[in-house]
Design a protein around this ligand. Sequence first.
Ligand code: SAH
Ligand code: SF4
Length: 334
Amino acid sequence: MFEQFIKKYNLPKYRRVQLYTQYYKNLISSWDNLSTWPLQLREALKKEIPFSNLTFVSSTQTKEKDSIKVLFKTPKNNYIESVLIRERDRNTVCVSCMSGCPVRCIFCASGQMGLQESLTSYQIVDQVLYFARYLKESNERVSNIVYMGMGEPLLNLESVSRSIIDITDIDKFGISKRRVTLSTSGYVQQLRSFMDMRLGVKLAISLHSPNQKLRDFLMPTVSKENSLIDLFEVLDQYTKEKNKRVTYEYVLLRGINDSIEHAKELATLLKNRLALVNLINYNENECLPFKKSKNTPLFKRILEERGITCTIRKSLGEDIKGACGQLSGTHQDC
Ligand code: SAH
Ligand code: SF4
């Protein structure tokens, strides 16, 4: 978009620098604030390129004011949600890459919507810039970005990878690659393409099951075509090549995947692998039958006793239904 404009008007390099500095670094709030450009050029830009490709609809805050969920509308009238999670040492933005999700994991609210729309890279970056502008008002910054909102990043890889390039480019938003995490339900072929891109961001895998059978039940769409054997083949290659640890997300569902046996089986599966298990407390949803597990500390202990590094994800924003993975667009009927 910007590049086309620059080319069309044959702008010298310094104009691009001015645009990027104002837009990504100084975080201006409209094209009218692009004061380093002459009025005529600014007006042309205003006519040709929308300042944002998402429309703000509403926002909700947690009681503690540590999380804010924002509902946006796309020009095609689909809804997406993004969350800002504020912690003592970091401000994390959880971005959506789709409205809805075609993967339809049976415990996930976004999945129940099916795919409504895949976002462009600009719409993904827009979510980050929205919160960056918001935080600027209190002299704060976005420090981390997680692709854990609505949608499956590897099924929108072109836009997702372009957005990663933009937000990590030091001439643009310039966030450190180590502070960006992409979470995927595990599409093997696309994971290979993602690895070949060498984007340098962290990888999280939504595992949720220690065996194929249970994964087929919880995540049928992805699991049946991407077996655990194939998934671990590519992940083992990833850890070997990059010497980087993979995070395995495991959402604990009461009576489904949270028994002592499941924990032991998971420990065996990950033994001798460079892995971190991130246990997630399930955010219940009135439209779905699953319940939060009561076994989280026990599950963690079993893994740790077997030498598996393990953390429990701090659950934020439950009262605004704004924790990552609980994003379901407009509040639809079940
Ligand atoms: N599609 C990607 C990224 C978005 S979901 C993926 O599946 O990895 C981000 C994380 O939230 C995933 O691990 C997902 O399984 C988890 N999740 C989904 N629904 C949830 C819920 N209701 N409570 C807690 N975590 C949930
Ligand atoms: Fe899609 Fe991830 Fe939800 Fe599965 S868990 S339906 S892949 S958003």
